[in-house]
Design a protein around this ligand. Structure first.
Ligand code: AOF
Ligand code: ZN
Length: 374
């Protein structure tokens, strides 16, 4: 039974929206698992709310059911992804739902994970529970895009973020970083970091900017993503801020297998985790699909790409950008500044993607988010 045959009420819609909002709370820290949200409701009263916990467990449903306690009997459970039916590190959510005496489950979408794939819904129906699937399906597809891509294509969902001056530059000619956006936009970027599992830059940016790449919003310092540097020849300096913080916030370096073993040993001893990919002599960079595959194998479902110009245009050219966050500052840098993309027009790159569907102002800075249609 799918969306077409299920009758959903305005209340159903409201509670599923709540479940989606709860699920978003976990984004960026539930990997390798999806960030699911769940709500238990009876007679118009919300009895329990839950979302997938850091590291992916407990799952959302048992959290919501535990809050509801014995009152969950005969209640409705709203959940943003099919409840699991497999024995992982914890017993199946479907069994917990049955044991709690839930009468109806409203679920947004099937879980493509081969261990679940319809069996969660089937198990609930077999136990006599009414199961309606498909409410807010498109929003759930978006919310769980990283999980779906990881399961189906072996890669994470990729968000590219670029901040450009009014004249489309990202740095001064000297490569010296310039303040392009203001405080409000910068805070949004730090939030975006927290909402991703990992953040990736190229070695050029790592050397030029010596960035930290952490989330520095007050109270959210522990929500920094894994930092990933594309460092083909392992050139990252041992005295960089990335290396100095590697024991606090994970740092993964992606190198070619031809990189010097001594450099790998040294950076590894300093706390970085080095991954080696087959070297391709004819290309100067790394094969981005192989990079994404490696990250996906490690459990990364949502990747934020933060530059620089070369990395940004490589991802765009390879068609590997699912979402593009473009911040445009109000000031010019000047025509000798570094162009946003390496040998590619920003306008062309945007046009080859999809429609702009969100614009927001942060002081004088304009954010436009371009998304691939789901
Ligand atoms: C749910 N609710 O909140 C999440 C689910 O390794 P395990 O046992 O934690 O299982 C991971 C799989 O469970 C994951 O691949 C996905 O299919 C599902 N995630 N399921 O019922 C949740 N996060
Ligand atoms: Zn589960």
């Amino acid at each position: 039974m799918t969306a077409a045959s299920a009758a959903f009420s305005p209340e159903d819609y409201r509670y599923m929206q709540l479940a989606l909002a709860l699920g978003r709370r976990g984004q960026g820290r539930t990997w390798p698992n999806p960030a699911v949200g769940a709500v238990v409701v009876k007679d118009g009263v919300i009895l329990g709310r839950g979302w997938t916990q850091p590291g992916g467990r407990p799952h959302a449903e048992p959290v919501a059911l535990q809050r509801a306690g014995a009152a969950a009997k005969d209640a409705t459970l709203y959940v943003t992804l099919e409840p699991c039916s497999h024995h992982g590190k914890s017993p199946p959510c479907a069994d917990a739902i049955i044991a709690a005496g839930i009468a109806r489950v409203v679920s947004a979408i099937e879980d493509p994970d081969a261990r679940v794939a319809g069996q969660g819904h089937a198990r609930l129906r077999d136990a006599g529970i009414a199961v309606d699937v498909g409410l807010c399906r498109d929003e759930a597809v978006r919310a769980h895009a990283g999980h779906f891509l990881r399961v189906r294509e072996g890669r994470p969902y990729v968000t590219l973020k670029l901040a450009v001056s009014a004249d489309g530059r990202i740095a001064a000619a000297s490569r010296k970083p310039v303040q392009i956006t203001g405080e409000a936009a910068n805070a949004r970027v730090h939030m975006l970091r927290a909402q991703n599992d990992a953040i990736l830059i190229g070695i050029g940016t790592a050397m030029a900017d010596d960035p930290l790449l952490t989330c520095r919003l007050p109270g959210m310092e522990t929500r920094s993503p894994v930092r990933v540097v594309l460092d083909r020849a392992l050139r990252l300096p041992g005295n960089s801020r990335l290396i100095h913080s590697a024991r606090v916030t994970p740092l993964w370096l992606i190198a070619a297998e031809t990189a010097e073993a001594a450099a790998a040993t040294k950076l590894g001893a300093a706390g970085a985790h080095v991954f080696h990919l087959p070297a391709e002599d004819h290309t100067p960079g790394l094969d981005l699909r192989a990079v994404l595959h490696t990250l996906s194998e490690q459990g990364i479902t949502r990747l934020l790409v933060e530059g620089g110009a070369k990395v940004a245009s490589s991802f765009l050219k390879a068609g590997l950008v699912d979402e593009f966050w473009l911040f445009q500052g109000a000031k010019d840098i000047g025509s000798d500044g570094l162009a946003a993309l390496d040998g590619q027009q920003l306008e062309t790159a945007i046009a080859s993607g999809s429609l702009a569907d969100e614009t927001e102002m942060f002081g004088d800075d304009r954010l436009t988010v371009y998304r691939r249609a789901v």
